[in-house]
Design a protein around this ligand. Structure first.
Ligand SMILES: Nc1nc2c(ncn2[C@@H]2O[C@H](COP(=O)(O)OP(=O)(O)OP(=O)(O)O)[C@@H](O)[C@H]2O)c(=O)[nH]1
Length: 461
């Protein structure tokens, strides 16, 4: 196959020209959308956890920041819950940043939110002043957006979470995104109904909702007889089994929370490492905001592989010869590739990695081609990042996965020990799990009506 001076085949050249034209369009869109993050500046988001799930996940994000050396929120955190979360679940968040709502109700007549989103929403509206005062802990001028995180299947996250988004929108100009956790099927019909309603109100209020499906993520990882499985061992009794919910300390969620936090930090804190990179390939963090501009529901894919590490002696010799040009590098120290080689194997690997990320277990499994926009971020040491492979992966996402608007950028980090691809698919519309939850919700609402029961205890919005 014939290649031009830049090593592109004809098809790749046509694609490259198209891409250059897109860069210009993208610059115009940036100017129009008012997103003006300086290149190389990572996005900073304040993270607000509402309810138990939200509080645990904020804590987990802070832990992921520590282990990865990335910085997503710069300490801008706030927890809002109707019960005091356990210390373990919030250890990384200072006490001053934890607000308890609804205790007046509890003290007056023992009323507890306990799964009731209408009551939770009413409380969050009545305690608006306390919530707004708690927002003082957030340095709004330091952040590019707010991320409200909540489980949608019960009262505090689903009901109060939506009102917290309203309060935030009323006082700040930055976009307010949400992370909404969908309940597992085994939790029951009431949780499905609450989640269906809460998802609808989150989508209408927030600028974008990144969804996480507990059903897909807990499935198969549910420890038998462990905290997540309260059901009888006989699988045939599944239909009659009572709804199961993990233990109240949330220990059964540890693995899925770690996976979600890892993805959120890898995506939003991308651009944090600012090693020199070819300008046209460097990750532009404003693209994250542009990708989320679609509104609707979004999902994240992730793939990574560990890089072979050179032995200690080899890296020491390499470091020496990098530092002092007059010290020649012995051939045995160069046994693993270095520098800017772009071998076909590298290219194929990177291309595969991008595909794997898009085909990986998404935070919300969906039909990838139903996404309106996509953003791919590749992160790793420069010697492992094959530009050709990355372009191939991006090309695949556009053509094979049939997504019209794909943004891409790399983040070179010489200290990384793994090569990572993160894919954000925004405004996905073909999602089986959401359809399933909506169907269960409709059936449950009908059966409640037939039985003459009321949903929730407080007035609805
Ligand atoms: N991934 C994940 N999901 C969770 C976790 N805790 C709860 N959930 C999910 O989130 C939903 C809401 O649960 P909680 O956060 O405990 O409830 P809440 O929002 O505090 O509401 P109330 O219990 O009514 O006060 C549940 O239906 C679960 O699907 C968690 O730590 N991780």
């Amino acid at each position: 196959m014939e290649h031009d001076d830049h090593g592109f085949s004809h098809a790749e050249r046509v694609h490259e020209d198209h891409r250059n034209a897109e860069h210009i369009t993208s610059a115009i869109r940036h100017a129009e959308s008012g997103v003006h993050l300086p290149r190389g500046e990572a996005v900073k988001l304040a993270v607000v956890g509402v309810g138990n799930a939200g509080c645990r996940l904020v804590n987990q994000i802070l832990e992921a920041e520590q282990t990865t050396g990335r910085n997503l929120c710069n300490g801008n955190t706030l927890l809002i819950n109707s019960t005091e979360p356990t210390f373990d679940a919030t250890a990384h968040v200072p006490e001053a940043r934890r607000l308890t709502i609804g205790d007046v109700y509890w003290e007056a007549d023992g009323t507890d939110i306990d799964g009731d989103p209408d009551l939770a929403a009413e409380i969050a509206r009545e305690e608006k002043n306390d919530i707004i005062r708690a927002f003082d802990h957030i340095e709004f001028h330091e952040v590019d957006g707010i991320l409200v995180i909540a489980g949608l299947g019960r009262g505090t996250g689903g009901g109060a979470g939506a009102v917290v988004i309203d309060h935030l929108k009323a006082i700040c100009d930055e976009p307010v995104y949400a992370v909404g956790v969908l309940p597992a099927d085994s939790e029951g019909e009431q949780e499905a109904l609450t989640a269906a309603r809460s998802l609808q109100s989150f989508v209408s209020k927030a600028d974008n909702v990144i969804a996480f499906d507990n059903d897909a993520w807990l499935d198969g990882e549910r420890p038998t007889g462990g905290a997540l499985d309260n059901r009888p061992e006989d699988d045939t009794a599944d239909d009659e089994a009572p709804p199961s919910r993990p233990e109240s300390d949330g220990s059964g969620y540890a693995a899925v929370n770690a996976a979600l936090a890892e993805r959120l930090v890898a995506l939003f804190a991308a651009g944090e490492f600012r090693e020199p990179s070819a300008e046209e390939y460097r990750m532009d963090p404003s693209d994250i905001i542009r990708a989320l501009d679609t509104g609707g529901v979004s999902t994240i894919g992730y793939a990574s592989f560990d890089l072979p590490q050179p032995g200690r002696l080899r890296s020491w010799v390499r470091a020496l010869s990098d530092r002092f040009a007059w010290i020649p590098e012995p051939s045995w120290a160069s046994a693993t590739p270095r520098g800017d080689e772009d071998t076909p194997t590298d290219a194929a690997k990177i291309n595969r990695l991008v595909r794997e990320a898009a085909r990986s277990k998404l935070t919300l499994p969906c039909e990838v081609s139903s996404a309106e926009r996509a953003l791919v971020v590749l992160s790793g040491p420069s010697k492992t990042v094959s530009r050709q492979g990355f372009e191939g992966g991006r090309y695949w996402l556009e053509k094979e996965a049939d997504i019209v608007d794909v943004m891409a950028g790399d983040e070179l980090n010489e200290r990384a020990t793994a090569l990572t691809a993160v894919v954000l698919l925004s405004n996905v519309t073909d999602v089986d799990r959401i359809t399933e939850i909506q169907e269960t919700a409709v059936e449950h609402q009908q059966s409640l009506r037939t039985e003459g029961k009321q949903y929730g205890t407080a007035r609805s919005e």
